[in-house]
Design a protein around this ligand. Structure first.
Ligand code: SAH
Length: 214
């Protein structure tokens, strides 16, 4: 077996052992090659279960965290999903295998441009990526069946709650950016919002406004 094939198999094993057990999520992660989203110095570590640095001082999330968040989101094939925090595009690509349509936004124009190129190369035609401040959501495309935020805010941003369809689910890390944060799941009901706490996580902060270097 080639080095890459062996490394990919070990990654799938690591995902399972860390609680990513749903077949559809594992299949999506088997299909989407994380190696396509990590370039440069860290490329050879693409199949390790750890976060890695990407451009603009940001990170591609740890694969098992991507898997657990995707699982917690309970995506179905008819869903329109919003991701805040495109980063490398890896999470959006995994979601594209499970959802009807994925909108993803990042405040760094450079990251969005790079992610779009990868989506095109991999022929992931149901993802649309925009440069935008995702803390305002994406009013033009709302409401969303599912929202995932991959940067930490102190509280769930109001516009994102407002853009969640009734019955919809949002998964996001909350807490101070320099401390351990909590991953939570918010479900919108007829009456309001239900909150579940999932696990401790660590994400880069959700920052307001477009990046100046982008
Ligand atoms: N989901 C990514 C990892 C995201 S890292 C992946 O799979 O690779 C978090 C990202 O959130 C960073 O790229 C950062 O630029 C972005 N971000 C932070 N604040 C934001 C905001 N207000 N709006 C949009 N993106 C934001």
């Amino acid at each position: 077996m080639s080095f890459d094939a062996e490394a990919k198999m070990q990654l799938l094993f690591a995902l399972r052992s860390r609680g990513v057990t749903e077949t559809q999520v594992l299949e999506a992660m088997e299909k989407i090659d994380r190696g396509a989203f990590v370039t440069g110095y860290f490329a050879e570590r693409a199949y390790e279960d750890m976060p890695l640095p990407i451009a603009c001082g940001q990170t591609i999330s740890q694969p098992s965290v991507v898997g657990l968040m995707t699982q917690a989101l309970k995506v179905s094939a008819r869903d329109k999903v919003l991701e805040v925090g495109t980063g490398s595009g890896y999470q959006a690509a995994v979601l594209s295998q499970l959802a009807r349509r994925v909108y993803t936004v990042d405040r760094h124009r450079r990251l969005v441009a790079a992610a779009r190129r990868v989506f095109e190369t991999l022929d992931l035609a149901n993802i649309t990526a925009f440069t935008a401040d995702g803390s305002h959501g994406l009013a033009d495309q709302a409401p969303f069946d599912r929202i995932i935020v991959t940067a930490a805010a102190e509280d769930p941003p109001g516009p994102l709650l407002a853009q969640l369809r009734i019955g919809g689910i949002m998964v996001l890390p909350v807490g101070q950016s320099d401390a351990v944060q909590r991953l939570i799941r918010v479900t919108r009901t007829e009456a309001g919002f239900d909150y579940d706490e999932l696990r401790p996580v660590r994400f880069v902060p959700l920052v307001e406004g477009l990046a100046r270097d982008s």
